[in-house]
Design a protein around this ligand. Structure first.
Ligand SMILES: Nc1ncnc2c1ncn2[C@@H]1O[C@H](COP(=O)(O)OP(=O)(O)O)[C@@H](O)[C@H]1O
Ligand SMILES: N[C@@H](CCC(=O)OP(=O)(O)O)C(=O)O
Length: 377
């Protein structure tokens, strides 16, 4: 894939655990100083910068004298609460030397799922940018439960890119970029320099985390690039330890892997819908219903739905699968599961005869529906 790398002026920069720490033990302050130096230069040049930084657990472990990363969630959370303070302190000290004010913003998945909190987070971040403050974001590890956490910061960084409609998401990691296979296992793997965000072939190449320190590996970075593209955000995954990496990207140097945001851009509300990580149920569509959703963007009517499962209530998010089991769309359902099941496969006339006139004959209104089958677009 060819074409110029567009870097724009609003950047989300994500620094991964594998880079920030010395083998998972404590923060590498010298490396952090280098990145902050570069951020200060970019800030002075007028860029709007948002930092997503991991490293809280590793910093906490060091303060507690732990040498093994704990497995139990509550111990991880305790370590993160201790380490987050140290992490922010480190950034603040270096930013202070450049007379830039940093702000800590800790987010949970729930904060971005709930519409009101999502809008509040966006307003706060926009205000900070207007004030020329540098927000430093991490997951609020202390209060997240195992099923409701991002876990990796790639997903969080992509959702923040969507929230702020960033021009560029820079993911700094411990590899040169995305290779056609995990370079730790395949020494002859080839670096891909330009790809299309959402290209299904990429996921097959991307493996999990390379060390016990990072979470998510290249897989979550590929998915993050796809998610970021929904707000027109390009993504670059590259090695964070190379000299002046951020300044060189700003100068247009072709480092790492560039993901062209070649997907159709979604309106902010639909992006919020598509960005929900955990739908509450699944609807199995017949081929005709899947086609009209994809081709016409119509509302979803009961007649085209063969089965429904999950534990959802009116207003919850559900996934719509085609007969091959591929997700085509997701949206906010108008009925509880039991009511959906009573309507399955029935025409609008049959429903009218059985249930009387209804304000909302469709299962999902098209305003509350977003196509997610990016792979087929
Ligand atoms: N196709 C691939 N190309 C590059 N790295 C890959 C690939 N598949 C898996 N990986 C692994 O992903 C790791 C980076 O992810 P991770 O350990 O989660 O770091 P971070 O903390 O920076 O997010 C690399 O060290 C590498 O071993
Ligand atoms: N929130 C965690 C970081 C999660 C994490 O390691 O993510 P990643 O940097 O994507 O591998 C922390 O600060 O320790």
């Amino acid at each position: 894939m060819n074409g110029p790398r567009t870097v724009g002026h609003r950047w989300v920069v994500k620094i991964g655990s594998s880079l920030l720490t010395n083998n998972g033990l404590g923060l590498d302050s010298a490396a952090i100083a280098q990145w902050v130096q570069q951020l200060l230069v970019l800030h002075r040049a007028g860029l709007e910068l948002i930092l997503v930084s991991s490293g809280a657990v590793a910093a906490g472990m060091e303060r507690l004298g732990w040498t093994q990363r704990p497995e139990r969630l509550h111990e991880l959370q305790a370590a993160a609460s201790i380490g987050q303070a140290a992490l922010i302190q480190t950034y603040q000290d270096f930013l202070h030397k450049g007379s830039v004010v940093g702000a800590q913003v800790l987010l949970t998945h729930d904060d971005l799922r709930d519409r009101q909190r999502h809008l509040a987070a966006r307003a706060t971040l926009r205000t900070l940018l207007d004030m020329r403050v540098l927000p430093i974001i991490n997951e609020n590890d202390a209060v997240t439960s195992s099923e409701l956490r991002f876990g990796d910061n790639d997903t969080l960084a992509a959702m923040v890119s969507n929230l702020l409609e960033a021009d560029l998401l820079v993911i700094l990691t411990d590899q040169e970029g995305l290779y056609d296979a995990d370079p730790r296992r395949h020494p002859d793997a080839r670096l891909l320099t330009e790809v299309r965000a959402g290209d299904p072939a990429l996921l097959a190449m991307a493996g999990g985390a390379g060390t016990g320190v990072g979470s998510g590996g290249m897989r979550t970075k590929v998915l993050a690039a796809e998610r970021a593209a929904r707000s027109g955000t390009a993504t670059i995954v590259c090695a964070g330890r190379q000299e002046n990496v951020l300044l060189r990207l700003w100068a247009g140097e072709a480092l790492g892997t560039y993901f062209h945001p070649a997907l159709p851009k979604l309106a902010a509300r639909k992006r919020w819908l598509a960005g929900q990580l955990r739908p509450r149920g699944t609807l199995h569509l017949d081929a005709g219903a899947a086609r009209v959703l994809l081709e016409k963007g119509s509302s979803l009517l009961p007649v085209g739905v063969r089965a429904a499962e999950g534990d959802f209530r009116r207003g919850d998010l559900v996934c719509c699968l085609d007969p091959e089991g591929q997700e085509v769309a997701r949206g906010l359902i108008n009925f509880d599961l039991a009511e959906v099941r009573r309507r399955l496969g029935k025409t609008s006339d049959a429903i009218k005869a059985e249930f009387g006139n209804l304000d909302e004959p469709e299962l999902i209104h098209r305003d509350n529906l977003v196509l997610t089958a990016t792979r087929s677009q």
